[in-house]
Ligand binder design. Structure first.
Ligand code: CMX
Length: 133
């Protein structure tokens, strides 16, 4: 698999209206995009930090994976997303062949129009891992 960089770090928050001012006023980043991803039941806010982004994730429904995460573990780092340069489908095939459990069997569209897929944290050393291109 050809990973070029960390595309983003996903952070679960209860309320974007509380979280965004911390990133803007304390860390000095500028939120450049707010986007709802309806099929994932989240509202996202993005900040650029070099080649990597911070993606804040606010659940829009109690059934959201992010709502369940916050309920169990509280707010905090939710996932890491790696940019792959040879296609997410190829990367999925490769890691599945090496015994990694896939959440998404095929790439789907995520925030910012990226092609994305998640790997199960039970087979990625406890870190929910996203591949994207
Ligand atoms: N990081 C690490 N471990 C996690 C986790 C996370 N983000 N979310 C859940 N887990 C762990 C739980 O702690 C639990 O472990 P234990 O069995 O040891 O208690 C186990 O995974 C199962 O968790 P669960 O609460 O029962 O939740 P589910 O199995 O229903 O779902 C998961 C877990 C990872 C399959 C689900 O969250 C998922 O499909 N995630 C991918 C999609 C997603 O996260 N979307 C939101 C972001 C979308 C975006 O970025 O656009």
């Amino acid at each position: 698999m050809n990973i070029s960089h960390i595309e983003h770090i996903g952070i679960a928050v209860k309320d974007l209206n509380t979280a965004i001012p911390y990133y803007e006023n304390i860390l000095g980043f500028k939120c450049y995009s707010i986007e709802e991803v309806t099929d994932q039941k989240v509202k996202t806010a993005f900040f650029k930090v070099g080649d990597t982004k911070i993606e804040l994730l606010e659940p829009t429904s109690p059934e959201s994976a992010v709502a369940k995460f916050i309920e169990k573990k509280g707010e905090g780092v939710h996932h890491i997303a790696f940019a792959v340069s040879n296609g997410v489908a190829n990367a999925l095939q490769e890691v599945e062949g090496k015994g990694v459990q896939l959440i998404d069997k095929a790439p789907r569209q995520g925030a910012e129009g990226l092609s994305i897929a998640f790997l199960h944290p039970k087979s990625t050393q406890g870190v929910l891992t996203e591949l994207c291109e």
